[in-house]
Design a protein around this ligand. Structure first.
Ligand SMILES: NC(=O)c1ccc[n+]([C@@H]2O[C@H](COP(=O)([O-])OP(=O)(O)OC[C@H]3O[C@@H](n4cnc5c(N)ncnc54)[C@H](O)[C@@H]3O)[C@@H](O)[C@H]2O)c1
Length: 336
Protein backbone atom coordinates (compact mmCIF):
# COMPACT_ATOMS: atom_id res chain seq x y z
CA UNK A 1 0.00 0.00 0.00
CA UNK A 2 1.12 3.53 -0.75
CA UNK A 3 0.79 5.81 2.25
CA UNK A 4 -0.28 9.38 1.57
CA UNK A 5 -1.06 12.57 3.46
CA UNK A 6 -3.35 15.38 2.33
CA UNK A 7 -2.73 19.01 3.32
CA UNK A 8 -5.87 21.13 3.37
CA UNK A 9 -9.41 19.90 3.95
CA UNK A 10 -11.19 22.71 2.12
CA UNK A 11 -13.15 22.51 -1.13
CA UNK A 12 -10.55 20.71 -3.23
CA UNK A 13 -8.68 18.93 -0.42
CA UNK A 14 -11.93 17.20 0.48
CA UNK A 15 -12.25 15.82 -3.07
CA UNK A 16 -8.61 14.70 -3.23
CA UNK A 17 -8.75 13.07 0.21
CA UNK A 18 -11.86 11.05 -0.71
CA UNK A 19 -10.30 10.01 -4.04
CA UNK A 20 -7.05 9.00 -2.33
CA UNK A 21 -8.85 7.01 0.38
CA UNK A 22 -10.97 5.14 -2.15
CA UNK A 23 -8.00 4.17 -4.34
CA UNK A 24 -7.32 0.43 -3.86
CA UNK A 25 -3.52 0.92 -3.63
CA UNK A 26 -3.60 3.81 -1.16
CA UNK A 27 -3.80 4.14 2.58
CA UNK A 28 -4.59 7.76 3.37
CA UNK A 29 -2.68 7.99 6.63
CA UNK A 30 -2.91 11.67 7.54
CA UNK A 31 -4.88 14.86 7.07
CA UNK A 32 -3.29 18.20 7.93
CA UNK A 33 -5.37 21.32 8.40
CA UNK A 34 -4.73 23.83 11.17
CA UNK A 35 -8.36 25.05 11.18
CA UNK A 36 -10.49 22.70 13.31
CA UNK A 37 -13.92 22.22 11.73
CA UNK A 38 -16.80 19.80 11.47
CA UNK A 39 -15.81 19.43 7.82
CA UNK A 40 -12.32 18.21 8.80
CA UNK A 41 -13.70 15.78 11.40
CA UNK A 42 -16.20 14.42 8.90
CA UNK A 43 -13.43 13.92 6.34
CA UNK A 44 -11.25 12.14 8.90
CA UNK A 45 -14.16 9.85 9.73
CA UNK A 46 -14.96 9.12 6.07
CA UNK A 47 -11.33 8.42 5.07
CA UNK A 48 -10.04 6.80 8.26
CA UNK A 49 -7.10 9.26 8.21
CA UNK A 50 -5.63 10.80 11.37
CA UNK A 51 -5.53 14.58 11.75
CA UNK A 52 -1.94 15.56 12.58
CA UNK A 53 0.43 18.50 12.17
CA UNK A 54 2.78 18.98 9.22
CA UNK A 55 5.90 17.93 11.17
CA UNK A 56 4.39 14.50 11.85
CA UNK A 57 3.92 13.95 8.10
CA UNK A 58 7.43 15.03 7.15
CA UNK A 59 9.01 12.97 9.95
CA UNK A 60 7.15 9.78 8.97
CA UNK A 61 9.43 7.82 6.65
CA UNK A 62 6.57 5.56 5.54
CA UNK A 63 4.73 8.45 3.86
CA UNK A 64 5.60 8.29 0.17
CA UNK A 65 3.58 11.17 -1.17
CA UNK A 66 1.75 14.31 -0.12
CA UNK A 67 -1.20 16.07 -1.71
CA UNK A 68 -0.88 19.84 -1.24
CA UNK A 69 -4.43 21.20 -1.42
CA UNK A 70 -4.11 23.87 1.24
CA UNK A 71 -4.46 27.63 0.70
CA UNK A 72 -2.22 28.97 -2.06
CA UNK A 73 0.03 30.93 0.31
CA UNK A 74 1.17 27.64 1.93
CA UNK A 75 2.15 25.76 -1.25
CA UNK A 76 5.74 27.01 -1.70
CA UNK A 77 6.72 26.24 1.89
CA UNK A 78 5.09 22.79 1.81
CA UNK A 79 6.75 21.99 -1.53
CA UNK A 80 10.19 22.91 -0.19
CA UNK A 81 9.55 20.84 2.98
CA UNK A 82 8.42 17.90 0.83
CA UNK A 83 11.60 18.17 -1.25
CA UNK A 84 13.71 18.21 1.94
CA UNK A 85 11.84 15.17 3.28
CA UNK A 86 11.98 13.32 -0.06
CA UNK A 87 8.21 13.08 -0.44
CA UNK A 88 6.67 12.99 -3.90
CA UNK A 89 4.07 15.70 -4.40
CA UNK A 90 0.78 16.39 -6.04
CA UNK A 91 0.33 20.14 -5.63
CA UNK A 92 -2.65 22.28 -6.48
CA UNK A 93 -2.26 25.34 -8.68
CA UNK A 94 -1.05 28.04 -8.36
CA UNK A 95 2.37 27.31 -6.83
CA UNK A 96 2.54 30.79 -5.30
CA UNK A 97 1.25 34.27 -6.08
CA UNK A 98 4.85 35.48 -6.11
CA UNK A 99 6.41 34.63 -9.49
CA UNK A 100 10.00 34.86 -8.21
CA UNK A 101 9.09 32.26 -5.56
CA UNK A 102 7.43 30.05 -8.19
CA UNK A 103 10.70 30.01 -10.17
CA UNK A 104 12.73 29.32 -7.05
CA UNK A 105 10.48 26.43 -6.02
CA UNK A 106 10.40 24.94 -9.54
CA UNK A 107 14.22 25.05 -9.66
CA UNK A 108 14.48 23.40 -6.22
CA UNK A 109 12.12 20.57 -7.24
CA UNK A 110 13.97 19.98 -10.51
CA UNK A 111 17.41 20.11 -8.86
CA UNK A 112 16.34 17.54 -6.26
CA UNK A 113 14.55 15.38 -8.84
CA UNK A 114 11.58 14.94 -6.49
CA UNK A 115 8.58 13.60 -8.43
CA UNK A 116 5.94 16.29 -8.62
CA UNK A 117 2.64 16.65 -10.43
CA UNK A 118 0.56 19.79 -10.65
CA UNK A 119 -3.22 20.07 -10.30
CA UNK A 120 -4.22 20.95 -13.85
CA UNK A 121 -7.11 18.50 -13.81
CA UNK A 122 -8.52 19.51 -17.19
CA UNK A 123 -5.63 17.58 -18.75
CA UNK A 124 -7.19 14.45 -17.19
CA UNK A 125 -10.73 15.18 -18.36
CA UNK A 126 -11.45 12.53 -21.04
CA UNK A 127 -12.95 15.15 -23.40
CA UNK A 128 -10.03 17.60 -23.33
CA UNK A 129 -7.69 14.64 -23.49
CA UNK A 130 -9.35 13.32 -26.65
CA UNK A 131 -8.96 16.73 -28.29
CA UNK A 132 -5.28 16.76 -27.39
CA UNK A 133 -4.81 13.19 -28.71
CA UNK A 134 -6.42 13.96 -32.09
CA UNK A 135 -4.19 17.01 -32.46
CA UNK A 136 -1.01 15.35 -31.18
CA UNK A 137 -1.39 12.20 -33.34
CA UNK A 138 -2.13 14.25 -36.47
CA UNK A 139 -5.72 13.02 -37.00
CA UNK A 140 -7.17 16.53 -36.76
CA UNK A 141 -4.45 18.09 -38.87
CA UNK A 142 -2.61 21.26 -38.01
CA UNK A 143 -4.14 23.23 -35.13
CA UNK A 144 -4.75 26.85 -36.12
CA UNK A 145 -7.13 28.44 -33.60
CA UNK A 146 -8.34 27.71 -30.08
CA UNK A 147 -11.30 29.48 -28.49
CA UNK A 148 -11.99 28.87 -24.79
CA UNK A 149 -14.80 30.03 -22.52
CA UNK A 150 -14.43 29.79 -18.75
CA UNK A 151 -17.20 31.47 -16.79
CA UNK A 152 -18.03 30.80 -13.17
CA UNK A 153 -21.71 30.44 -12.23
CA UNK A 154 -21.49 33.50 -9.94
CA UNK A 155 -18.80 35.80 -8.54
CA UNK A 156 -16.84 34.44 -5.57
CA UNK A 157 -17.04 36.15 -2.16
CA UNK A 158 -14.87 39.26 -1.93
CA UNK A 159 -12.86 37.70 0.90
CA UNK A 160 -11.89 34.92 -1.53
CA UNK A 161 -11.05 37.45 -4.26
CA UNK A 162 -8.69 39.33 -1.93
CA UNK A 163 -6.58 36.20 -1.33
CA UNK A 164 -6.90 34.66 -4.80
CA UNK A 165 -4.12 36.57 -6.58
CA UNK A 166 -6.62 37.81 -9.15
CA UNK A 167 -8.69 36.19 -11.86
CA UNK A 168 -5.75 35.45 -14.18
CA UNK A 169 -3.72 33.54 -11.58
CA UNK A 170 -6.70 31.92 -9.90
CA UNK A 171 -9.15 31.01 -12.67
CA UNK A 172 -7.65 31.69 -16.12
CA UNK A 173 -4.49 29.76 -15.20
CA UNK A 174 -6.30 26.56 -16.26
CA UNK A 175 -6.93 28.06 -19.72
CA UNK A 176 -3.31 29.23 -20.04
CA UNK A 177 -2.31 25.67 -19.24
CA UNK A 178 -4.80 24.19 -21.72
CA UNK A 179 -3.48 26.48 -24.46
CA UNK A 180 0.08 25.19 -23.93
CA UNK A 181 -1.15 21.59 -23.62
CA UNK A 182 -3.05 21.64 -26.92
CA UNK A 183 -0.54 23.74 -28.88
CA UNK A 184 2.43 21.68 -27.71
CA UNK A 185 4.58 24.81 -27.81
CA UNK A 186 5.14 28.01 -25.85
CA UNK A 187 3.38 31.35 -26.25
CA UNK A 188 5.22 34.34 -27.69
CA UNK A 189 2.61 37.11 -27.26
CA UNK A 190 -0.07 37.80 -24.63
CA UNK A 191 -2.61 40.58 -25.03
CA UNK A 192 -5.25 40.97 -22.32
CA UNK A 193 -8.12 43.31 -21.62
CA UNK A 194 -10.12 43.06 -18.45
CA UNK A 195 -12.49 45.04 -16.30
CA UNK A 196 -15.05 44.90 -13.58
CA UNK A 197 -18.48 44.65 -15.21
CA UNK A 198 -20.35 42.52 -12.68
CA UNK A 199 -19.48 43.16 -9.07
CA UNK A 200 -18.07 46.57 -8.02
CA UNK A 201 -16.83 45.00 -4.77
CA UNK A 202 -14.44 42.86 -6.85
CA UNK A 203 -13.12 46.04 -8.47
CA UNK A 204 -12.76 47.69 -5.06
CA UNK A 205 -10.70 44.67 -3.98
CA UNK A 206 -8.34 45.37 -6.91
CA UNK A 207 -9.44 42.54 -9.19
CA UNK A 208 -11.44 42.15 -12.41
CA UNK A 209 -14.42 39.92 -13.15
CA UNK A 210 -14.44 39.90 -16.95
CA UNK A 211 -11.57 39.46 -19.40
CA UNK A 212 -10.62 38.55 -22.93
CA UNK A 213 -7.11 37.39 -23.68
CA UNK A 214 -5.42 36.72 -27.01
CA UNK A 215 -2.35 34.52 -27.21
CA UNK A 216 -0.02 33.93 -30.15
CA UNK A 217 2.13 30.80 -30.10
CA UNK A 218 5.81 30.65 -31.06
CA UNK A 219 4.86 29.35 -34.52
CA UNK A 220 2.11 31.97 -34.98
CA UNK A 221 -1.10 30.10 -34.04
CA UNK A 222 -3.89 31.89 -32.16
CA UNK A 223 -5.81 31.39 -28.91
CA UNK A 224 -8.77 33.43 -27.70
CA UNK A 225 -9.71 33.10 -24.02
CA UNK A 226 -13.00 34.48 -22.70
CA UNK A 227 -13.07 34.52 -18.90
CA UNK A 228 -15.73 35.75 -16.57
CA UNK A 229 -16.88 35.41 -12.97
CA UNK A 230 -20.54 34.98 -13.96
CA UNK A 231 -22.68 33.11 -16.45
CA UNK A 232 -26.46 33.49 -16.25
CA UNK A 233 -27.09 29.77 -16.79
CA UNK A 234 -24.40 28.23 -14.51
CA UNK A 235 -20.84 26.97 -15.03
CA UNK A 236 -19.66 27.58 -18.59
CA UNK A 237 -16.58 25.64 -19.58
CA UNK A 238 -16.18 25.11 -23.33
CA UNK A 239 -13.46 24.84 -25.92
CA UNK A 240 -13.21 24.89 -29.70
CA UNK A 241 -10.06 23.80 -31.52
CA UNK A 242 -10.04 24.61 -35.21
CA UNK A 243 -7.65 22.38 -37.11
CA UNK A 244 -6.85 21.75 -40.75
CA UNK A 245 -9.04 18.62 -41.07
CA UNK A 246 -11.33 18.78 -38.04
CA UNK A 247 -12.96 21.28 -35.72
CA UNK A 248 -13.11 19.84 -32.19
CA UNK A 249 -15.63 21.08 -29.65
CA UNK A 250 -15.77 20.39 -25.93
CA UNK A 251 -19.23 21.47 -24.82
CA UNK A 252 -20.65 21.98 -21.35
CA UNK A 253 -21.67 18.77 -19.62
CA UNK A 254 -25.25 18.89 -18.43
CA UNK A 255 -26.81 17.45 -15.28
CA UNK A 256 -28.65 14.96 -17.48
CA UNK A 257 -28.73 14.42 -21.20
CA UNK A 258 -32.49 14.37 -21.74
CA UNK A 259 -34.00 16.91 -24.13
CA UNK A 260 -37.61 17.56 -23.19
CA UNK A 261 -39.73 18.55 -26.15
CA UNK A 262 -43.22 19.94 -25.84
CA UNK A 263 -45.49 22.39 -27.63
CA UNK A 264 -43.62 25.20 -25.87
CA UNK A 265 -40.22 24.17 -27.24
CA UNK A 266 -37.18 22.05 -26.45
CA UNK A 267 -35.46 22.23 -23.06
CA UNK A 268 -32.27 20.70 -21.70
CA UNK A 269 -30.95 20.53 -18.13
CA UNK A 270 -28.54 23.25 -16.90
CA UNK A 271 -24.80 22.55 -17.00
CA UNK A 272 -23.22 20.65 -14.12
CA UNK A 273 -22.82 22.95 -11.19
CA UNK A 274 -19.28 24.31 -11.09
CA UNK A 275 -15.90 22.59 -11.12
CA UNK A 276 -16.26 20.04 -8.32
CA UNK A 277 -19.12 18.38 -10.19
CA UNK A 278 -17.97 19.05 -13.78
CA UNK A 279 -14.47 17.71 -13.18
CA UNK A 280 -15.28 14.94 -10.67
CA UNK A 281 -14.04 12.29 -13.10
CA UNK A 282 -10.89 14.30 -13.92
CA UNK A 283 -10.04 14.66 -10.21
CA UNK A 284 -10.39 10.90 -9.76
CA UNK A 285 -8.18 10.20 -12.79
CA UNK A 286 -5.69 12.78 -11.52
CA UNK A 287 -5.36 10.88 -8.23
CA UNK A 288 -4.89 7.64 -10.20
CA UNK A 289 -2.10 9.36 -12.13
CA UNK A 290 -0.44 10.43 -8.88
CA UNK A 291 -0.51 6.83 -7.67
CA UNK A 292 0.85 5.64 -11.05
CA UNK A 293 3.67 8.16 -10.68
CA UNK A 294 4.52 6.68 -7.28
CA UNK A 295 4.01 3.02 -8.16
CA UNK A 296 5.30 2.88 -11.73
CA UNK A 297 7.29 6.08 -12.19
CA UNK A 298 4.77 7.19 -14.82
CA UNK A 299 5.30 10.82 -15.87
CA UNK A 300 2.20 12.91 -15.02
CA UNK A 301 0.44 15.02 -17.67
CA UNK A 302 1.29 18.22 -15.76
CA UNK A 303 4.42 18.90 -13.74
CA UNK A 304 6.10 21.75 -11.92
CA UNK A 305 7.40 23.34 -15.16
CA UNK A 306 3.82 23.48 -16.50
CA UNK A 307 2.79 25.31 -13.34
CA UNK A 308 5.59 27.82 -13.85
CA UNK A 309 4.85 28.41 -17.55
CA UNK A 310 1.07 28.80 -17.04
CA UNK A 311 1.79 31.29 -14.32
CA UNK A 312 4.24 33.19 -16.54
CA UNK A 313 1.30 33.68 -18.93
CA UNK A 314 -0.97 34.85 -16.10
CA UNK A 315 1.68 37.37 -15.02
CA UNK A 316 2.11 38.56 -18.62
CA UNK A 317 -1.66 38.98 -18.92
CA UNK A 318 -1.65 41.22 -15.82
CA UNK A 319 1.14 43.35 -17.29
CA UNK A 320 -0.64 43.54 -20.65
CA UNK A 321 -3.95 44.53 -19.08
CA UNK A 322 -2.32 47.21 -16.94
CA UNK A 323 -0.21 48.66 -19.77
CA UNK A 324 -2.77 48.26 -22.56
CA UNK A 325 0.02 46.74 -24.69
CA UNK A 326 0.74 43.21 -25.91
CA UNK A 327 3.55 41.50 -23.98
CA UNK A 328 6.17 39.61 -25.94
CA UNK A 329 7.62 36.65 -24.09
CA UNK A 330 10.68 34.49 -24.06
CA UNK A 331 11.68 31.75 -21.63
CA UNK A 332 13.37 34.32 -19.37
CA UNK A 333 10.46 36.78 -19.22
CA UNK A 334 9.30 37.69 -15.74
CA UNK A 335 7.22 40.52 -14.29
CA UNK A 336 9.17 43.54 -12.89
N1 LIG B 1 -7.48 22.43 -9.63
C1 LIG B 1 -8.65 22.87 -9.27
O1 LIG B 1 -9.66 22.63 -9.91
C2 LIG B 1 -8.79 23.68 -8.01
C3 LIG B 1 -10.07 23.95 -7.52
C4 LIG B 1 -10.18 24.67 -6.34
C5 LIG B 1 -9.06 25.11 -5.67
N2 LIG B 1 -7.83 24.86 -6.20
C6 LIG B 1 -6.61 25.32 -5.48
O2 LIG B 1 -6.50 24.52 -4.31
C7 LIG B 1 -6.08 25.31 -3.20
C8 LIG B 1 -7.14 25.24 -2.10
O3 LIG B 1 -8.33 25.80 -2.58
P1 LIG B 1 -9.75 25.56 -1.87
O4 LIG B 1 -10.74 26.17 -2.75
O5 LIG B 1 -9.89 24.13 -1.46
O6 LIG B 1 -9.54 26.48 -0.57
P2 LIG B 1 -10.28 26.38 0.82
O7 LIG B 1 -10.11 27.73 1.45
O8 LIG B 1 -11.64 25.79 0.68
O9 LIG B 1 -9.39 25.32 1.63
C9 LIG B 1 -8.07 25.53 2.00
C10 LIG B 1 -7.82 24.75 3.28
O10 LIG B 1 -6.42 24.80 3.56
C11 LIG B 1 -6.30 24.88 4.98
N3 LIG B 1 -4.95 25.33 5.32
C12 LIG B 1 -4.48 26.59 5.47
N4 LIG B 1 -3.16 26.56 5.81
C13 LIG B 1 -2.80 25.25 5.86
C14 LIG B 1 -1.59 24.58 6.13
N5 LIG B 1 -0.45 25.25 6.44
N6 LIG B 1 -1.58 23.23 6.08
C15 LIG B 1 -2.69 22.54 5.77
N7 LIG B 1 -3.89 23.13 5.52
C16 LIG B 1 -3.93 24.46 5.55
C17 LIG B 1 -7.40 25.84 5.39
O11 LIG B 1 -7.69 25.75 6.77
C18 LIG B 1 -8.54 25.34 4.50
O12 LIG B 1 -9.30 24.34 5.13
C19 LIG B 1 -5.85 26.72 -3.75
O13 LIG B 1 -4.51 26.85 -4.08
C20 LIG B 1 -6.71 26.76 -5.01
O14 LIG B 1 -6.20 27.65 -5.99
C21 LIG B 1 -7.68 24.14 -7.32
Amino acid sequence: MIKLAVFGAGRIGYVHALNAASHPSVKLEYLVDPMPSGHLNELAEKTGARVVDADTVFADLTIQGVVIASSTDTHADLILKSVAAGKAMFCEKPISLNFALVSEVADAVERAGTPCMLGFQRRYDPNFRLVRERIANGTAGKLEQIVMHTRDPSPPPVEYVKRSGGMFRDQAIHDFDMARYLLGEEIKTVYAVGGCLIDPAIGAAGDIDTAMITLVSQSGRFVQMNNCRRAPFGYDQRLEALCEKEALYVENRHRDSVTIASASGFTVAPPMNYFIERFAEAYRLEMEAFVDMLEKGQVPLAGMRDGLEAQRLAEAAMVSMESGQPVRLDSEWKPD
